[in-house]
Structure formats: structure tokens, C-alpha cells
Ligand binder design. Sequence first.
Ligand SMILES: [Zn+2]
Ligand SMILES: [Zn+2]
Length: 332
Amino acid sequence: MKALIIERPSSARVAELPDPRPADGEVLIRVMACGICGTDVHIFQGEYLGGYPITPGHEFSGVVEAVGAGVERFRVGDRVAVEPNIACNNCPSCLNNRQNFCERWQAIGVTLPGGMAELVVCPESAVVPAGALPFDKAAFMEPLSCVIHGVERARCRPGDRVLLLGAGPIGILLLRLLLLQGASEITVVERNASRLSVARRSGAAETRAGTDGLTTDFYDLVVDASGAPALEALSPRYARAGGTVLFFGVPPAGKTIEIEPFALFRKGLTLLGSYTSLRNSYQAVALIESGKLPVEDLVSHRLPLEEFGRAIETIRKGTEDAMKVMLFPSRT
Ligand SMILES: [Zn+2]
Ligand SMILES: [Zn+2]
């Protein structure tokens, strides 16, 4: 099979590898679509959790090519998506319903070979049926699962007024899900004009290129999807008394921000982080299948595996029209 290999930071190539075979309890998947996300950029740049060499790719969908002994839920030919985070289900965190903080955490495409390859093996428990969904839509299951987890943590209430900072692919998914949850109006701040226009056609009530002039002490919920520490530092001031601030975007590790503790006290704010997802895959597939949460319009670039370098550059440069860049490893 063909697989992308990051041999060491900043060095990737497509190689010919032996086809993987599913062991007992594993499913072999032919990867049909694999999204690229910020985590992949971090892995490529040497800033993330796993070791090298690694085949990245944790947002993918495909067709079951073979199943190992004992696999019960899948047959050859089934269309599937994958929840890449693998919890051990036998550590204190897992047994306390905090599988996203599993102490023996592994992830397909981070610590284990991922979906930027023609074939990948996954434990059956990581595989989710994708029904008749087109593969590029099903590849949104993982990022949408994370978004669902964040929105559940934020407890958006019907009628809430929301401020959303950042309108990349994740920001737009947050926007659409918050509207489904009953947010009455969402203001979006994003400096990329084409992303702002996606926000407008997704139902944003107001879009702005910066925070100048935003009403302070006003929003029931402020969601940061930028991961930019400077914006995150500002976010509590826009929340109303009793409001909530959700830090969702991934900031650079090690950076700090200044927050006035008295303001948190006086406004009784709830500050939240959100890390990956917590068994939200079935919800994500159901939402995509329902058509209530469109995802396919977020795919801005469709590329073969060999164009990984160009894909990373496109994301890093943040060119005007770049949203979700998707690879198609098995397209000939
Ligand atoms: Zn991701
Ligand atoms: Zn565990």
C-alpha cells in the first residue's frame, strides 16, 4: 500500500509499505477521505505528542476491506468512519467516564499509524458505521465529535447570545451547532474575509474583522475557536455576568495570558476548556446524516496523498480560501 510517512519533523514522503493485516478484533479499512487538521501540522512540525516515524491522519472514513477474528459489528464493504482516540477502558480516568483523559491513551494517526495511507487497521471499538454518507462528509465525524463535546460542556441555552472568536473549519462547525442548540444570535470575529462570508451564510448575525467596538459584559457565551492567546485573554470581558467562556481553539503550549481575577469573581464567570471528545461519534454521524449540520461546503481543497506538502503549506499560510483540506489516499 501507499502511505505517507513523516520520518522526522519537516520531512514527509509517500512510501510503498506492506499491506497491514487485521489482528483479532481489528478492522482493516481502505481510506477514502482523510481531512488534515492543525494537529497534523503540529505533528509535521515536531510539536506534538507522538514519536517518529508516523503516518498521520485521524479524520478519516473509508470502506471495510477485511475483518479480524471476533469482529462483530462490521463486514467487508461497510462504509465507516473512525474515532481515533483509543481509551484503555481500564484505568481510573476511563472508569470514571473520562475516557478522553485515559492514562494509556493512544490515537490513530498520532501514536499509531493513521489514515494518510491506502489502508489502516483500527480496533473494532474505534470504528463507527457511516451509513450511506459520502466519504468526504463522513471524514468530518472526528472534528464534529470534538465540537459536540465542547458545546455540551458549554451548555448553550435556548436564546443565548454568543460571541465566537475564529471562523476556521472548527469555528464554523461550532457556529452551526450552536445555532442548532438554539443560540439566538452569534457574533463572529475573524480577520480572514472569506471565512467571515462563510460565517454569514452559516447564519452569523454579525461578523467583524476584529474586536474593536464589541460590546463588553454582554454575551451569555463566549467561544474561542482561534487558539490565539491575545484573543483568549480578551474573551472574559465580553461575557455577561453569570456567563460562560469556552476555550476551544488549540493555543501554542507554554504561552500565558493575563486575566483579572476580580472580574471573574465579580461576574461569576464559568471558564471551560474542552479536550477532544467523549463518545460523541454516533451523535456526529447522526447530525451529518440529518443534513441539519452541513459539512461538505467546508472542503476547500481535495488533493491526492502525494500533495501532502502542498496541503500543509496551504494550511500554514492560511490563504484566503483555505478551509478544510482533504486527502484522498485511495483515489487512483
Ligand atoms: Zn483533528
Ligand atoms: Zn484508560
